[in-house]
Design a protein around this ligand. Structure first.
Ligand code: PMP
Length: 468
């Protein structure tokens, strides 16, 4: 049957939900709880909007999962994928073979990445790319004759994926506790001013938080430390925007102890912060950049690692065999999708738009939510933004009174967002967005309006529950 929104539906939603519950194991999901509620069935996307099988039109404030940078429904990407599938749907890049889209994409990435990057290793996901990083940095130090330099330092509340190495590099306690830790990984605190910066200016706190890296290096012994990994802006941890002083100080410390710097740009790559890569905004010069998501806008899976000249000259030019790789490394269809996606990002000047037009506009409009009784300290960086839901507001972020985490206020709010036709993610009681880079000023007005309506509904609900 045809729905109002023109989506052809040859299925019954409740039957799909039942089969979903019976057979489909979802990522990061409590299945007993899902079975009670039933999953939302997404059926179509166009621009910044999604439609579910109940015919609800929803503004996607999260770009899927931080990935649909060019928006949904781009026929030129599906056509590029179709053409490549008709010509050469697959061939591997083992055994001295290559394919044209993979070579073209590697060449294009080398031209748009910061100047130290001329080489790329392809994977199918961000997690695989971070696993690759672990092997590459250890291999690099082995080749350099420093076989003890194997420890990689990440950050608590960082997110680097869900493979075993990805989970270990990340700092999510819940993942470490479920088999996601490996030897040779250590963590330091995150540069979260709201959480740890009481009594300091943001600039002072940035230096202090970067100093935790130096303390950890000295604690472990510099001769044991291979690399530091971090997201320019932490995404899954709750859009934690570091003070401007943080990253340059991290760079200084890495340089001082000769430690490799890995920027995990799975979220921040391809324009999200208003620069092609977040490293440019943070003024750092990483040795490795992890990418995924925005490289294809999520249309098909693709990820990889940009390898900087310092490592490339050892690993690639002198290193001999590197015993690592995936069936889908340099998948021709994924690379064809990426080429068309990056053409769109460049031709439509989406990065410039986020830098000078829609990014500043989003920041300004999002800031207007500060007058809402539930909202404290909304902030934004390019096309990521977050606000805190608090019981009592205060001028200084550290003086706000939080809700009891057991009350699940963030989740309650997320429900009202959905009901008001907007997808916003909850990380504890922090509400975050990362909209498609194609969003216009008028659409930003619409999004912020829907967020305000949903906040009002949340407030009424919390009052009714006696929580506010
Ligand atoms: N790194 C970062 C910074 C991420 O945000 C993510 C995914 N949210 C990953 C790595 C893992 O990517 P994937 O889910 O494609 O494996």
């Amino acid at each position: 049957s045809e729905t109002k929104t023109g989506v052809q539906q040859d299925f019954d939603t409740s039957a799909v939900r039942e089969l979903d519950s019976a057979h489909f194991i979802h990522p990061f999901t409590d299945h007993a709880a899902l079975a009670v509620k039933g999953a939302r069935v997404m059926v179509r996307g166009e621009g910044i909007y999604l439609w579910d099988s109940d015919d609800n039109k929803i503004l996607d404030g999260m770009s899927g999962l931080w990935c649909v940078n060019v928006g949904y429904g781009r026929t030129s990407i599906s056509q590029a994928v179709y053409r490549q599938m008709e010509t050469l749907p697959f061939y591997n890049s083992f055994f001295n073979t290559t394919n044209v889209p993979a070579v073209q994409l590697a060449t294009l990435l080398a031209s748009i990445a910061p100047p130290q990057f001329k080489h790329v290793f392809f994977t199918s996901s961000g997690s695989e790319a971070n696993d690759t990083n672990v092997r590459m940095v250890r291999r690099y130090w082995d080749l350099m004759g420093y076989k003890d330099r194997h420890t990689i330092i990440g950050r608590y509340n960082g997110y680097h994926g869900s493979t075993v190495a990805g989970a270990a590099l990340g700092g999510m306690a819940g993942m470490h506790a479920q088999g996601g830790m490996i030897p040779g990984v250590a963590h330091i605190g995150q540069p979260n001013y709201a959480e740890s910066g009481r009594g300091m200016t943001e600039a002072e706190f940035g230096i202090v938080a970067a100093g935790w890296l130096e303390e950890k290096i000295l604690d472990l012994g510099p001769e044991k430390v291979a690399a530091f990994i971090g997201e320019p802006v932490q995404g899954a941890g709750g859009v934690i925007i570091p003070p401007a002083t943080y990253w340059p100080e991290i760079q200084r410390i890495c340089d001082k102890y000769d430690i490799l710097l890995i920027a995990d740009e799975v979220i921040t790559g391809f324009g999200r912060l208003g620069t092609m890569f977040g490293s440019e905004l943070m003024q750092i010069k990483p040795d490795l950049i992890t990418f995924a998501k925005g490289v294809t806008s999520g249309y098909v899976p693709l990820g990889g690692v940009l390898v900087g000249s310092r490592m490339a000259s050892v690993l690639i030019e002198k290193g001999g065999d590197f015993n690592h790789g995936f069936t889908y490394s340099g998948h021709p269809v994924a690379c064809a999708a990426a080429l068309e996606n990056l053409r769109i990002i460049q031709d439509e000047q989406l990065v410039t738009a986020v830098a000078v037009d829609t990014g500043p506009y989003l920041r300004q409009k999002f800031a207007t939510l500060a007058d809402h009784p539930l909202v404290s300290h909304p902030d934004a960086c390019g096309f990521v933004a977050g606000l805190n839901l608090v019981r009592k507001k205060a001028e200084v972020v550290h003086d706000c009174e939080p809700f009891d985490s057991a009350d699940g206020v963030g989740m309650i709010c997320r429900g009202h967002m959905f009901s008001n036709g907007i997808i916003m993610r909850a990380v504890g009681d922090r509400m975050i967005i990362a909209p498609p880079l194609v969003m216009t000023q008028a659409q930003i007005d619409e999004m912020v309006g829907r967020i305000r309506d949903a906040l009002d509904a949340t407030l009424a609900d919390l009052r009714q529950r006696g929580l506010f």
